[in-house]
Design a protein around this ligand. Sequence first.
Ligand SMILES: [Zn+2]
Length: 450
Amino acid sequence: MIASVAPGVWKRSRTALCLLALTCATSQMAAAAECPGHPDALGTSRTLVVDPREHPRIGTMQYAETLPLADQEVVLTFDDGPLPKYSNQVLAILAEQCVKATFFIIGRQANANPEGVRKVADAGHTVGTHSQNHPLTFQKMPVEKVKQELDGGIASTLAALNGDTSKLAPFFRIPGLLRADAVEEYLVSQGIQIWSADFPADDWRHVSPSRVYDLAIQRLEAKGKGILLLHDFQARTVAALPRILHELKARGYRIVHVVPATPERPATPTEPQQWQLHSPSETVAIARWPKIPSFAFAERGILPAPNLSHFDWQDSELLHGVRRSRGVPLPPQALWPRPSLSVQTSALNTLPVPAANVFKIPEAARVTLLATNSRVKRPEPTVRAPRAAASVASAGSARSRVAATPSRRAAYQVAPPPAGRDAHGAAKHPAAAPSNPNGRAVRVASLKKR
Ligand SMILES: [Zn+2]
């Protein structure tokens, strides 16, 4: 319900939003210049005003576009709060550095901690929403259910803000980033901007704060700028955040605060190419991958099904099982390399004893092959076939040893090939037909794939 009237709500609050924006922008510019009591603070370098309707999907983890940031500009985002125990600490850390961020509120959390939502807004941060109940099923959810989750989250957050729509941005992050076309189309139709991210720090996983710090910095360094995805309800995030902010400052990164455009607060002028993480160059060949269909995250206590990228792509059955469970279409079968190769290899251990007539190799040719493979001098032609077979067993594979046991010796049969033909029934090549003193060919038991 709320989402369907949300655009109207935004319109009615234009004047209030305008005044608020001007005030915020002025105060943030001042904060960037000086952070009272903290002369070495990271600060907020500028405020970026975006129009959700012009760029409805942002974040290169999933989309072609992201925020139009300059090199070394970073946007901080926090999901899943408020949870007072940790969210208040995050707010204190950000305040100490005079840093403004964007918070994606869960409606249920807002109902439980409405004061926490007000603290976020009153501190000057941007407040977006993150669904009512944070279900990790958005990728397969009927639009009607999506509507309920979106509307519920907005209604709960707005209620916590005492109905002040000027403090609520039409920014939405899909729980678990589990996007789907129908979901996005509905959100876009409501004037909502869908926020993915440019890099996470894995702070929803069971990793150490040090690991969160490492990932945040390493992934930022790899891209040079972008939207960092964090969670303000995690103790490890609280522990890692001061060090992350300190390192951002030390490495010359700058914080950008993002607010939504209104008619009275026009979007920051940008060029289309600025909305790509790295603007295309005429002199550098680039290839863009298709957007990721479903990038799974869990910001809850229970870890979700792992991301597809965690699986060995050769493990086709496991991969396909995960895709099926998520309703993700199976990819077309790759012609090469065959993903089931490892399965075939392991199956060899259970194959039955092969038929004796599968491969028939004339003794002379086999002895030549044996000599070549074993890197020894070619045996004298007087070597008898059964002994040669035993030597194959002793020097060869475990399967050969099995074949050489008495119970398997029936697999070896000695019979002359047809005149003028080799053991495969093919005509002999004159140059490849060394004489066999016994005039016999040996049928060697071999594997047969079934
Ligand atoms: Zn979340």
